[in-house]
Ligand binder design. Structure first.
Ligand SMILES: *[C@@H]1O[C@H](CO)[C@@H](O)[C@H](O)[C@H]1NC(C)=O
Ligand SMILES: *[C@@H]1O[C@H](CO)[C@@H](O)[C@H](O)[C@H]1NC(C)=O
Ligand SMILES: *[C@@H]1O[C@H](CO)[C@@H](O)[C@H](O)[C@H]1NC(C)=O
Ligand SMILES: *[C@@H]1O[C@H](CO)[C@@H](O)[C@H](O)[C@H]1NC(C)=O
Length: 506
């Protein structure tokens, strides 16, 4: 009884109680010793209980915190990417602002940011990913970013290119038919680029390729430039590609183009020591004084010369889209080795040049565009905005951790958000889901995979920030279906289906 009573007493009162007891029972010393011992045990018990409870509460808090912590790790075989002030400085900064913690490869991680293509070197780490893990590359995108593969694919946006010595005959025939043509000799590994005419090119020098040189570039204040467009791939099969319209990287050649001299690379090749927008005289005003971006400053200049940049930007979007449509099958094939394609996303930079009429030429697609502002500090904002928007689009930035709960899923994106074509769904599609292609989108016909893809597309649309979807193109909700089918007739059946599977409510 006594023990129980003191057990319930507040800690503070316990010592006084002991004293009281000692006084009242002072005549019986032997008993007193026992009672003393008893109360000592009581105190220890009470203190222990309190201590254990404190530890318990702390543990519970820690488990809760642990659920909240998201880890990322970075990888590159050749660059010191762990350095928070190095090549990936802005990746680290943006992720830390999103409450991510940098960790190593063997602990629990939510995001792998790999500077290198990870699917061979990190094979073990990127197979059997958990649904909550994301990797910043897609397997198979090398078909897009490989210089030779991209340059030698036929497209009206890509200057003619030949692999040497493999396509020597075709090259010589083409050079004969186009006597004025100059060629850039490139190597897939090294960055060396040299402008030559056909008689100067060593046709048997080993693995290289030559690409026709676009000799009449549009110049800004006499400087040639290239245009780097940031692109995000979030899904294949069905394909979803976005471009970052927030700004675009313009890089100008340090020397004026005229008088032209093939020996002076500073006149026509973009290197790390390019001339930034704010140092080009005519662009400094719109960029610095008026606060426009690189894209805005260029548009301002070109429009002042009477040129229409809107159609140039449309052509750029078409060129990017074409590359993905042409290479989607390669990525689908490479993905077959992986459990789910939901773990992957990719951000690339597509480099273009334009001629005097602003006709667009695609030169290359970079798998891991350099996001270091070490050389040009003002680029920090561009890179961080791109990363922030990319993480938003792909869900990396989402503060909701547990998406397994249905109620939570519906809050993010539900059937109502993807329901379309009420008229067709209530008439022609009622009998059979095969009546017309859009029937596949009616709730009773939706396959679980398609529903999942549509919900993900809808979620991306909600969080796209300054990214804009290139493919599938967005359409008016009530656009006549026959018109849509007419417009997409030139695509193969699969692509047409993908277009029709777009949630129209965008
Ligand atoms: C982590 O990296 C180390 C060193 O690079 C490597 O030996 C190890 O196998 C990696 N672990 C995982 C799980 O990938
Ligand atoms: C190629 O360039 C060399 C040296 O620059 C020149 O001598 C030669 O005439 C040029 N050939 C053609 C076909 O333009
Ligand atoms: C990236 O850009 C920075 C600054 O321009 C440069 O110093 C660095 O060498 C580049 N790194 C790579 C891997 O291209
Ligand atoms: C999902 O979360 C809600 C509260 O947000 C809760 O009432 C419900 O029981 C949860 N459902 C499951 C299946 O855990």
């Amino acid at each position: 009884m006594k023990i129980k009573k003191s057990d319930n007493k507040p800690e503070k009162e316990a010592p006084r109680n002991i004293n009281n007891n000692i006084e009242t029972k002072s005549e019986i010393p032997r008993n007193d010793k026992n009672i003393n011992l008893l109360f000592l045990i009581c105190i220890i018990g009470v203190s222990l209980g309190i201590a254990l409870e404190i530890i318990n509460v702390q543990n519970r808090q820690q488990t809760k915190d642990k659920l909240k912590i998201r880890n990322y790790w970075v990888y590159s075989a050749h660059n010191d990417v762990d350095n928070k002030n190095g090549l990936l400085k802005h990746v680290h900064l943006v992720l830390e602002r999103l409450d991510y913690t940098k960790t190593s490869n063997d602990s629990d991680w939510s995001l792998l940011w790999s500077h290198d293509y990870p699917f061979r070197v990190l094979n073990k780490a990127v197979t059997n990913l958990k649904p909550t893990q994301k990797v910043n590359h897609f397997p198979g995108t090398g078909f897009i970013t490989n210089k030779v593969h991209l340059a030698t694919s036929t497209s009206r946006y890509i200057p003619k290119a030949f692999e040497l010595p493999k396509n020597k005959k075709e090259f010589l025939r083409y050079a004969k038919e186009n006597r004025e043509a100059l060629f850039l000799e490139k190597h897939n590994q090294h960055r060396g680029v040299y402008l030559k005419n056909v008689s100067e090119i060593d046709l048997n020098s080993g693995e290289s390729f030559v690409q026709e040189y676009m000799a009449k570039p549009f110049l800004v204040d006499g400087h040639k430039f290239d245009i780097g467009v940031y692109v995000a791939l979030t899904s294949v099969d069905p394909l979803r590609v976005y471009w970052y319209k927030g700004d675009v990287l313009f890089r100008y050649c340090p020397s004026k183009y005229h008088p032209f001299d093939p020996k002076n690379l500073d006149k026509y090749v973009i290197s790390d020591d390019y001339l930034p927008t704010w140092e080009v005289p005519s662009l400094a005003h719109p960029y610095t004084a008026l606060g426009f971006g690189m894209k805005g400053a260029f548009d301002h200049y070109a429009q002042s010369k009477g040129l229409n940049t809107e159609s140039m930007w449309e052509e750029i979007q078409k060129a990017i889209t074409e590359v993905f449509i042409k290479n989607e099958n390669h990525i689908i094939e490479a993905l077959k080795r992986y459990k789910s394609s939901d773990n992957f996303f990719e951000m690339m930079r597509f480099d273009f040049i334009v001629d005097e009429q602003l006709k667009v030429y695609l030169l290359e697609a970079n798998m891991s565009p350099n996001l270091s502002s070490a050389h040009f500090p003002p680029n920090q904002m561009l890179y961080e905005q791109i990363l922030y928007n990319l993480f938003s689009l792909t869900g990396v930035a989402s503060s909701i951790r547990d998406i397994s709960n249905n109620t939570v899923q519906n809050m993010l994106s539900s059937q109502k958000n993807i329901a379309v074509y009420s008229k067709q769904c209530s008439t022609v599609c009622k009998e059979t889901c095969e009546a017309i292609s859009v029937c596949a989108l009616c709730k009773p016909c939706l396959t679980p995979q398609l529903k999942k893809a549509l919900l993900k597309a809808h979620m991306e649309n909600l969080h796209k920030g300054d990214f804009r979807r290139l493919f599938p193109p967005t359409m008016q909700q009530n656009k006549d279906i026959q018109m849509v089918e007419e417009e997409t007739k030139h695509l193969n059946q699969k692509k047409q289906d993908a277009i029709l599977m777009v949630p129209r409510k965008v």
